[in-house]
Design a protein around this ligand. Structure first.
Ligand SMILES: C[S@@+](CC[C@H](N)C(=O)[O-])C[C@H]1O[C@@H](n2cnc3c(N)ncnc32)[C@H](O)[C@@H]1O
Length: 194
């Protein structure tokens, strides 16, 4: 299982705030690009992949959305925002994942709570950061969970919280979040095919 957490400080947390201009919905356009990179290759959907999205924008933050590869998940590259919008409309204002569609669930949960929870499940939680250890030198034997920031990275309180987490780099340049996902998938694909 390849697992990712994408954190967005500004992504909106109500369905009616997602309109035609996704950039105005707290950069929901970037969220959509990340989702496409996490789940799709040229003509197939990756299996065994899970994506956690934490949206910390107005008006109902925090929201934790989980997408998990599932043949029945109603996801199309052309309407990723529509799926997010429908999930936000159905979101409970409490903890406890509500499955809105097969492979698509939502709840109220903070970034910190999610990271602690995955860590306590014995997963190897790693922060993607260009200054981290080179992914090519790392041994990814345990179940890895990769944390990615949005276009602004992480706010100072989240940076403080993430201080003790090991950092992993996919290369020396600062890339778009969706590019990081593509490169990371490729590195793991190559390792797995050796
Ligand atoms: C567009 S970058 C954020 C840039 C932002 N201005 C900052 O200072 O963090 C989005 C996210 O991609 C990840 N990232 C970018 N380049 C990376 C690299 N070379 N290796 C690993 N992760 C990277 C980081 O998690 C970052 O928060």
């Amino acid at each position: 299982m390849r697992e990712f957490i994408y954190y967005s400080k500004n992504a909106v947390t109500a369905g009616n705030m997602i309109k035609d201009n996704l950039m105005k919905a707290g950069r929901m356009d970037i969220v959509c690009n990340v989702i496409i990179s996490v789940f799709f290759t040229s003509n197939a959907m990756r299996d065994d992949v899970k994506l956690h999205l934490i949206f910390d924008g107005p008006p109902n933050a925090p929201r934790h959305l989980v997408l998990e590869s599932n043949e029945e998940m109603p996801i199309s590259k052309k309407n990723v925002a529509g799926l997010i919008k429908r999930m936000l409309y159905k979101s409970p204002d409490s903890e406890g994942l509500l499955e809105v569609f097969p492979g698509a669930s939502i709840e109220r949960k903070s970034f910190e709570h999610l990271v602690k929870e995955l860590d306590s499940e014995g997963k190897d939680v790693l922060l993607l950061d260009e200054k981290g250890e080179d992914i090519r030198k790392m041994n990814l034997n345990k179940k890895p969970v990769f944390i990615i920031g949005d276009h602004e990275g992480f706010p100072s309180d989240k940076k403080k919280f993430l201080k003790k987490i090991d950092k992993v780099s996919v290369g020396p340049r600062v890339l778009f979040a969706s590019q990081v996902v593509t490169v990371l998938h490729n590195e793991i694909d190559r390792k797995e095919s050796q």
